[in-house]
Design a protein around this ligand. Structure first.
Ligand code: DC
Length: 234
């Protein structure tokens, strides 16, 4: 089994930045599990379906979700169509959090996610990677930050993408999603008992990545020689 790093935590705690940077610096596979729930939610929103577990699971079975391109900045394909940008919209975030509460959907998506643990080392991010998907991962990180820091980060990110939402809307959105992700019966968001918790409030991305990489490199089974030169053009 390959070396696995899991990064869990609430939205805008720094998971994506950290996971992508680790994957890129070490040349490892990157797994964005949120993208699965987002892509499925986008399809459900478009089709006005998946109101309950049975319908949502049926929809998931009829859906193909794939990633293409550079692992650290992969494009997301939904039934063959590129939805990389579309799945980041705020209504899709809420839809993803809703559809992710259905046990049948989770069972199927977790199964798909596990198949990606092949021969190469992997760094994955999500909500349940250290607790459910890869409970035997070598390194488990849980990233968190205070709610105001996270709301400001997400607001800036959305503004960068040209989405006009107010900070208050982002705060409300985040509160709703946090509450749902933490309180659902199946695989709620929580740190694994053996996770290293990093509070990234007040940290810039470089510090986050440095702190996470230090934990990864300190593992006794860290595959030495895993460092690869930066890819050209990245
Ligand atoms: O990480 P993200 O914001 O892209 O995730 C979107 C939603 O998907 C999140 O609110 C909860 C759900 N999710 C989940 O339940 N389990 C995961 N491993 C990843 C995401």
């Amino acid at each position: 089994m390959s070396f696995v790093v899991t990064i869990d935590g609430p939205s805008a705690a720094g998971k994506s930045t950290t996971a992508r940077a680790i994957a890129q610096q070490l040349g490892w596979r990157y797994l964005d599990t949120g993208a699965y729930y987002r892509a499925l939610a986008l399809k459900a929103l478009r089709l006005w379906t998946a109101a309950d577990d049975q319908a949502a699971t049926r929809l998931a079975r009829e859906t193909r979700i794939e990633f293409s391109g550079d692992p650290s900045r992969a494009h997301v394909l939904l039934d063959g169509a590129d939805v990389t940008d579309a799945i980041r919209a705020p209504d899709v975030s809420q839809g993803a959090s809703r559809i992710a509460a259905f046990p049948g959907v989770r069972r199927l998506l977790v199964e798909w996610q596990r198949t990606l643990r092949e021969r190469e080392p992997l760094v994955g991010e999500g909500r349940d990677l250290g607790t459910v998907v890869f409970p035997d991962a070598e390194v488990k990180l849980y990233l968190d930050a205070d709610p105001e820091t996270r709301a400001r980060r997400r607001h800036a990110e959305l503004a960068d993408r040209g989405l006009a939402v107010t900070l208050e809307e982002v705060r409300a959105d985040m509160r709703a999603r946090d509450e749902r992700d933490r309180s659902r019966a199946d695989s709620p968001l929580k740190p694994a008992a053996d996770a290293t918790v990093l509070d990234t409030s007040g940290w810039d991305p470089a510090r986050q990545v440095e702190a996470a990489l230090a934990v990864v490199r300190a593992h006794p089974r860290f595959p030495k020689g895993g460092d690869v030169p930066e890819r050209a053009g990245t």
